[in-house]
Structures are given as structure tokens and as C-alpha cells.
Ligand binder design. Structure first.
Ligand code: BGC
Length: 260
């Protein structure tokens, strides 16, 4: 092969990811070599109540919109062990004990589906294609949204299902203290909210001594307004893939099951 010829055509190594969130179910085709979306993403509102069957039907609609039939990864906003959901902090409690891979697969006529935690998906995407690429050591991604999600990555390897949003920090659950939904509800300034985020980061860094925090979730788009206000020890950088991280990470997970 001439040296100028690349071994694979760009965009040939494709996957599909769906990110299930509290307000939207978003999906798209992912170029697994670059971690970028091929074409637009497609978003439908999360059904309310967000029962397993209703969400599975919505995921299937998103997948069918693209006529996708290959490997499929789907995120879920809670703990997922071997496809089975264990927690449901911010979604319908009917998910607990549900085999999410089976329920979503059934909505798609028996297709194989890999389901993983939403923050874990964002973590692997950021580590490979975003703010964590070319960074060594222990990386912790935290997503600030309705709740707080976490992903721990060491040497490119994910430690699945960490739940730092539910750690008790100064007598209060971390996500009740510092999720971005708390800032909105209390109408806090970035200054006020960043004090709470600092407390959460300090308690995580005192236990794990990470090399880097990556701050994700919708509010990371405004990172310049609050990351400089944080007073913890470990460097904090903003996520780069933003609202595509979950889709990209889910597609990556379907290609190589990183959740076990
Ligand atoms: C859940 C996590 C999830 C996070 C963000 C938390 O309440 O326990 O599993 O990653 O919210 O959705």
C-alpha cells in the first residue's frame, strides 16, 4: 500500500449511540475512529412517565429514523450491571431490576444492545476523543445536570458504575448539593454554586487523588464562568464533546464492551 493511503476509509468504522436523558432521547451515527457524529443527531422528548417500555419504544424510534441495524449502545442515567438496571434516582422507579438490554432489544426486534451508565459513556468518549486524550493517570469525569454522574478512568480503562453523585458531602448528598439543577432551583450565582461544587470535588479528590477532573453536562458549555472560581487542588477542565459525549461513548461501548 502506498504510504499516503490510509488503511481505512474515513467514516467506515461506524457505530450508533443513543443517550437517554431526563428530557431527551438523542441518537446518531458515530465515526468510531474520530469520535465525531456522521450527519445530524436526532432527538425525541423523553416520555413521561419514563417507564422502561415507553423509553425503549422511543429509543427504537430514534434508531429506526436512521435505518440503523449494526452495533448499538444506549446510555441509562443510573447503575447498569450486565444490562440490568440497579438504580433509578431521576427516572421512573419501574426501571429497577429491568434488563434494559433485553427490553430495548425487544423493541428493536431482538437486536443486540449494550446499555451502560450515562456518565461512564461520556467518560470513555472524553478520554479517547475529548478533554482526556493524551492525558495519563486517573481521570474523573463528572456530569452536572439534574443529578451528578461520575466516570473513573485509569490507563484508558473504565471503572464502571461509580456513583459519586450520591456520596455524602458535609451531611448532604453530593448531587443535592451541587447538581446544576440545584443552582437553577435556588437561583444561585455561579459564585455561590461553585462553592458547593468545590466541596464535592475536594471530598472526591481526598479519597481518590485523581490527576484530572473533566467537568461535563450542559453547564460545561459555560465553563469559563465557573471553573476559574473553583478552589480544589486537582486541575479541572471542561468536557469538549458536550452534548454528544453520551452518544459517542455509547457507540464506543457497543463496539468493545467496556462496562465489565
Ligand atoms: C445517577 C447516576 C447518573 C447521574 C447523571 C445520578 O443520579 O445515580 O447513575 O450517572 O445521575 O444522570
Amino acid at each position: 500500500m502506498p504510504e499516503t493511503e490510509s488503511p481505512t476509509t474515513p467514516g467506515q468504522n461506524r457505530g450508533f449511540g443513543v443517550d437517554v436523558g431526563g428530557s431527551g432521547v438523542k441518537g446518531g451515527i458515530v465515526d468510531l475512529d474520530t469520535g465525531k457524529l456522521i450527519g445530524d443527531r436526532y432527538k425525541l422528548p423523553t416520555p413521561q412517565p419514563s417507564t422502561p417500555e415507553a423509553v425503549a419504544a422511543t429509543v427504537a424510534e430514534v434508531v429506526k429514523h436512521f435505518d440503523w441495524t449494526g452495533p448499538l449502545g444506549v446510555t441509562y442515567p443510573g447503575v447498569v450491571v450486565n444490562g440490568v438496571v440497579q438504580t433509578a434516582a431521576n427516572v421512573d422507579k419501574g426501571w429497577i431490576g429491568t434488563n434494559a438490554s433485553e427490553v430495548i432489544g425487544a423493541a428493536l426486534g431482538g437486536q443486540h444492545v449494550v446499555v451502560l451508565n450515562d456518565a461512564d459513556a461520556a467518560g470513555i468518549a472524553e478520554q479517547h476523543h475529548g478533554a482526556g486524550r493524551n492525558r495519563d493517570g486517573v481521570i474523573i469525569l463528572l456530569t452536572f445536570g439534574t443529578g451528578i454522574g461520575s466516570a473513573v478512568i485509569h490507563g484508558g480503562q473504565l471503572l464502571p458504575n461509580t456513583e459519586f453523585g450520591h456520596l455524602e458531602v458535609d451531611g448532604k448528598e453530593a448531587e443535592h448539593r451541587a447538581a446544576s439543577s440545584v443552582k437553577e432551583r435556588k437561583d444561585w450565582s455561579y459564585e455561590r454554586w461553585s462553592q458547593e461544587v468545590t466541596k464535592v470535588l475536594v471530598s472526591i479528590e481526598n479519597a481518590l487523588w485523581p490527576d484530572l477532573f473533566i467537568a461535563g453536562g450542559g453547564i460545561s458549555r459555560k465553563a469559563d464562568k465557573w471553573i476559574p472560581l473553583l478552589n480544589n487542588r486537582t486541575p479541572v477542565v471542561a468536557a469538549e464533546l458536550q452534548n454528544e459525549a453520551g452518544i459517542v461513548g455509547a457507540a464506543m461501548a457497543a463496539q468493545a464492551d467496556v462496562t465489565r
